[in-house]
Design a protein around this ligand. Structure first.
Ligand code: DAH
Length: 329
């Protein structure tokens, strides 16, 4: 074996070792440069070919070229191996177990008052009642006077009123909607009006803002019996088919006769709202002839209904906005 041949074999061996020893793509690039780079040992060998005589040059040139190709092949094989290993490592490090349960985004739900209100509205619309709202800042006429409560009427004191600049009031009940809706409308009709009302009364059982639902129906043969029938169906829809109501004679300026109604809750009777036959004066103020038309009306607290339906301890929890409480209903 000539000295030249063994030199080539030696280079081949050392290149193989260097390639195998490279532990990163960067180290491999450096190793390759040591042999095949411009200043590499194989390149240096190629440059010496010119000094040889033609016969020798051909044989040696072939041998060096083979060495060069073999190094290139080893480098690319090793590179594939190193890259594969790097990928395995990064997969292992950022392991994603797609069978793990995901993080559930917290979902909100409707406030209990909204839930009850929607349920009430659904019941009455199924009975053919239309829905009206009316404003929360109201004229004295719509909130009091047209409902048979002139300025000196004692019932005004009972409804601790918030007064607004310009002689308006924050409506103390949803009965204002009766006047708004009946004025300029021709019977027969039936409406409900859920919404916020305001009274200057702050105690554990009261809030200065609360919710009522008003209902009224005017036709040419409406009786107190119709009123009771509607209220019974309503109470049983909300609270269960065995629910009982109790009607107690009472006085409201805008109904005659009037009754207060209680709803049975276990062994207790809870005050639920007021009702009666719409007073003829109220109809007249709305330009409806009381000789031809009669109507019933009722109004009850939505918040109180929600309290009992969800078994909440106090009105306050409905308005505190404590999510821990609201999440339970
Ligand atoms: N507006 C009354 C209140 O807030 C409740 C009420 C009583 C409404 C009798 C009515 C009714 O429609 O007929 O205290």
């Amino acid at each position: 074996m000539s000295a030249e041949t063994s030199e080539i074999q030696e280079l081949g061996r050392s290149a193989r070792q260097a390639i195998a020893a490279a532990q990163s793509p960067q180290a491999l690039t450096e190793a390759r440069a040591r042999y095949l780079g411009r200043k590499g040992s194989v390149s240096a060998l190629l440059r010496t070919l010119g000094e040889l005589d033609p016969a020798e040059r051909a044989a040696r040139g072939q041998a060096v070229n083979q060495l060069k190709q073999s190094i290139e092949a080893q480098v690319s094989e090793r590179r594939a191996e190193l890259e594969g290993r790097a990928q395995d490592r990064s997969l292992a490090e950022t392991r994603l177990d797609i069978s793990l349960p995901g993080t559930v985004a917290p979902a909100g739900h409707l406030h209990p008052i909204t839930q009850v209100t929607r349920d009430m509205v659904a019941f009455f619309t199924s009975m053919g009642f239309a829905v009206e709202e009316g404003p929360e800042v109201e004229t004295d006429w719509n909130n009091f006077e047209a409902l048979n409560m002139p300025p000196e009427h004692p019932a005004r004191d009972e409804q601790d009123t918030f007064y607004v600049e310009g002689g308006h009031v924050l409506r103390t009940h949803t009965s204002n909607v009766q006047i708004r809706v009946m004025t300029g409308r021709k019977p027969p009709f039936r409406f409900i009006a859920p919404g916020r009302v305001y009274r200057h009364d702050l105690s554990p059982k009261h809030s200065p803002m609360f919710h009522q639902i008003e209902g009224f129906m005017v036709d040419d043969r409406v009786t107190f019996g119709d009123l009771k029938g509607v209220l019974y169906a309503f109470a049983r829809h909300l609270m269960g088919s065995e629910t009982e109501l109790r009607f107690r004679a009472n006085h409201f300026p805008f109904t005659e006769p009037s009754a207060e109604m209680d709803i049975r809750w276990g062994d207790e009777w809870l005050e639920w709202g007021g009702c009666g036959m719409i007073h003829p004066h109220v109809l007249e103020r709305c330009e409806i002839d009381p000789e031809v038309w009669q109507g019933f009306a009722f109004g009850m607290g939505i918040d109180r209904t929600a309290l009992h339906r969800y078994g909440l301890p106090a009105l306050r929890v409905l308005f505190d906005g404590d999510v821990r409480v609201l999440e339970q209903v």
